[in-house]
Write a protein that binds this ligand. Structure first.
Ligand SMILES: NC(=O)c1ccc[n+]([C@@H]2O[C@H](COP(=O)([O-])OP(=O)(O)OC[C@H]3O[C@@H](n4cnc5c(N)ncnc54)[C@H](OP(=O)(O)O)[C@@H]3O)[C@@H](O)[C@H]2O)c1
Length: 266
């Protein structure tokens, strides 16, 4: 696959790192020149990665084009480019609907939206894809697990939940800080908490037949400390707030034209 990236920032860096660290797949990769520092770093680090002199040169040399610029500039950047009918386009831009991207990249007709995460660098990213074009699915299957969805509403919901990542880190940071305040050295507290949640997440991934609700119940032994902690949070509205916050993010994602400041979904 001749793979080109328009926008060489955080997510492109993660995807290229993941692809180039894999022994099973080999791609020829072209990067757009911005961001120069990141593009140079990737081209120096990995064989098969080169930097084009401009965005159009990326399109001219590649068959699959990943669009990875920020939503605020995406329309302007793309409308200056000339796509070919045979291009496979993969848009990572959260705020552009499939219809909008398709209009801008015409005459290209194979257009897909994807929402990979920085864990693509370790080939551990769950990636939502709509519609599930085979070439796009193959690309992200090499970088983790593909979650193909059948409608744009489902895709927007998947983008929405990626907004919970910072809150997840804030949650475990608070627990780690509490531990440090109780005498555990900070780095040890951090490591302990990260590994505690890592192990729990791994158990959930390894047991797809168990619902998350049943895992919750399993850990919340009646009268035990997990039940006590969970009940406290529920009684203080934490879980209700989670649903409300996701609703608010979804409204913003699915009506980006009413919000000029839609940033990255991640
Ligand atoms: N980060 C994630 O985990 C993630 C996950 C899923 C989807 N996304 C989506 O992916 C897109 C990129 O996100 P990001 O986090 O990678 O953002 P980012 O780090 O800001 O990268 C965007 C890149 O686009 C470059 N750029 C700006 N103007 C350009 C132009 N005219 N031509 C070519 N490149 C240009 C920027 O270069 P300069 O630095 O020189 O301005 C920057 O390197 C966003 O739409 C976001 O919604 C991101």
């Amino acid at each position: 696959m001749k793979l080109g990236f328009i926008g060489t920032g955080e997510i492109t860096s993660s995807i290229v790192t993941g692809l180039c660290s894999s022994f099973t797949m080999r791609h020829s990769i072209r990067l757009s020149p911005r961001n120069t520092a990141i593009a140079k770093e990737l081209a120096n680090r990995f064989n098969g990665v080169s930097i084009s002199s401009c965005n159009q040169e990326v399109l001219d040399h590649c068959d699959t084009i990943v669009i990875a610029v920020r939503p605020q500039v995406a329309r302007d950047v793309l409308s200056e480019l000339h796509f070919r009918p045979d291009h496979q386009v993969v848009s990572l831009v959260s705020a552009l609907s499939l219809r909008s991207v398709s209009e801008i990249v015409a005459p290209a007709v194979r257009v897909t939206r994807a929402v990979p995460l920085p864990s693509t660098a370790k080939r551990l990213s769950p990636t939502g894809i709509y519609p599930p074009e085979p070439a796009a699915c193959d690309l992200f299957a090499a970088l983790g697990t593909v979650f193909a969805v059948e409608s744009e509403n489902e895709f927007d919901a998947m983008c929405t939940v990626t907004a919970s990542i910072a809150a997840y880190f804030a949650f475990i940071e608070r627990i780690g800080s509490w531990l440090a305040q109780h005498g555990i050295p900070e780095s040890k507290a951090r490591d302990y908490i990260a590994r505690m949640f890592w192990g729990l997440t791994a158990s959930a991934v390894d047991a797809p037949e168990r619902s998350l609700q049943s895992l919750t119940g399993n850990h919340a032994t009646a009268g035990g400390i997990n039940e006590q902690f969970l009940r406290y949070l529920i009684e203080h509205g934490l879980l209700t707030n989670v649903s409300e916050a996701l609703d608010a993010v979804l409204s913003r994602i699915s009506a980006p034209s009413q919000s000029s400041d839609v940033g990255t979904a991640y």
